[in-house]
Design a protein around this ligand. Structure first.
Ligand code: NAD
Length: 434
């Protein structure tokens, strides 16, 4: 069953050494995806076609999904699922619209201003996974922030199913969002197609979206040629809970994320041994009733999952900060106060009625979040991901004059006399060179 780590007593100096985490060797996967990316770079659409046949088992003369397929998927969408997707889009848009930053102009000296202009990336490629599970919700989480940022050209890629098309729910989500450029390509070859462009698909400047280890490795490999978001790999949930938490809820929430992937991580951090035992019992009882019992058991018994016992909620906070989970639930007395002290997490879910499942679909928040501990330095997907802050510098002659001697002094100190000369030329060389 799920392993236990007893950290009652003084906490080790580097908690990360003792906390459960997947052995996800993206570096090793790099060597596997390098030839895939090189092949797409040199042979374009022909390589994409062969790789799709090899990894997804379908032969597609063109990767581009025809407009009729998008329309048909929307027409065939279950009305209840359509209503849920529409409400998810509405809520996600509400939150992301509020993230937009205004340009800011700072008057540094009279006549000298710097404006920070937020300019959207022109063309982006958005990846929606479609291997073990299908994620129309990930289409929403990628597309809405890009649209709200003002990105003018966007394409979605998702692996083909047996019929040669991405899952109909993915296509329907694209249609609902008004995205008509969709490709039936998955894995590393999709990221390479976006980065290098093919006869079917013009290249993009940035690729975002979650995916498996091959997708993550391709993004890491091609970073620089393209911009990428944080690596969003196999999903993770950490729950910080005390004796007041309901073990039925805690177990259900751990299972809900373990359901994504055998490599998904589910970690309970608690100062209550009674809760730990009750959650273990609940896990055993609830797993038997789940559809994906095998995948869930693999995730919960894997080295990436566990129950961590701590002496206090203060120590628990140190543990979850060191772990930097993609999703962190706080199920303690006064959960809001505990949540306010969290430093490292992709997203924080406060109290008994904000489970991660809500955030996966309908909270309004984004579910493309950093995994593998990256939450200590990176954020989830947002409008900001798709914007570049460009400084616009506008100085008059008197404003430049005020700084001229200082610029020349620093240019001399850095032994870059040409820099000083560019200033002095504007003042008839009146400023002495040193
Ligand atoms: P996926 O779309 O990421 O990958 C499927 C593709 O992988 C296939 O199309 C195939 O081309 C390629 N592939 C399969 N085996 C391969 C091999 N041996 N070599 C090279 N390429 C191969 O779908 P998935 O596999 O279901 O993974 C989705 C992942 O995304 C899960 O781990 C899930 O937890 C994660 N996820 C994360 C977030 C997040 O925000 N962190 C959100 C949703 C999903």
């Amino acid at each position: 069953m799920i392993s236990r780590i007893d950290l009652r007593g003084p906490l080790p100096r580097d908690l990360r050494d003792v906390l459960p985490r997947a052995d996800l060797d993206v570096e090793a996967a790099l060597e596997k995806v390098r030839p895939i990316c090189e092949d797409v770079r040199h042979r374009g659409a022909a390589a994409v076609r062969e790789l799709t046949a090899r990894f997804d088992g379908v032969d597609l003369p063109t990767a581009r999904v025809p407009a009729e397929a998008l329309a048909a998927a929307l027409a065939g969408l279950d009305p209840q699922v359509r209503a849920a997707l529409e409400e998810a889009i509405r809520r996600t848009r509400l939150v992301h619209r509020d993230q937009r930053r205004a340009d800011v102009t700072t008057t540094v000296v009279p006549g000298g201003t710097v404006t920070e202009r937020w300019i959207p990336v022109e063309r982006v490629g958005l990846y929606a996974p479609g291997g073990l599970a299908v994620y129309p919700s990930s289409v929403i989480m990628n597309v809405v922030p890009a649209q709200e940022a003002g990105v003018s050209s966007m394409a979605v890629a998702s692996p083909p199913q047996a019929d040669g098309l991405p899952h109909p729910a993915i296509l329907a989500a694209c249609a609902l969002l008004g995205v008509d450029e969709v490709y039936a390509v998955g894995g590393a070859q999709a990221i390479a197609m976006f980065a290098y462009g093919t006869a079917d698909c013009p290249p993009v400047a940035m690729v975002t979206g979650p995916g498996n280890i091959w997708v993550a490795a391709a993004k890491r490999l091609l970073k620089g040629r393209i911009g990428i978001d944080a690596e969003a790999g196999p999903t993770e949930i950490a729950v910080l809970a005390d004796a007041t938490a309901d073990p039925v809820h805690v177990a259900a929430d751990l299972i809900s994320q373990a359901e994504h992937d055998p490599l998904a991580a589910a970690v309970l951090v608690t100062d209550s041994e009674d809760l730990a035992e009750a959650v273990e019992k609940e896990l055993a009882a609830q797993i038997t009733a789940t559809r994906h019992a095998e995948r869930i058991s693999a995730a919960l018994t894997g080295r990436q999952s566990g129950i961590v016992l701590v002496s206090s909620i203060d120590d628990g906070l140190r543990v979850v900060d060191a772990y930097a989970a993609e999703h962190l639930e706080i199920q303690t007395a006064d959960a809001a106060a505990v949540a306010a002290r969290v430093r490292n997490a992709g997203a924080v879910f406060v109290g008994a009625f904000a489970p991660v499942s809500l955030g996966d679909y309908l909270a309004g928040s984004n579910h493309v979040l950093p995994t593998g501990g990256c939450a200590c330095h990176s954020s989830g997907l947002s409008v900001q991901t798709f914007l570049r802050g460009v400084h616009v510098i506008d100085y008059t002659r008197p404003a430049l004059a005020e700084a001229a001697r200082l610029v020349c002094a620093l240019a001399d100190a850095e032994d870059l006399p040409g820099h000083g000369a560019a200033i002095r030329a504007r003042f008839d060389w009146e400023i002495p060179a040193s």
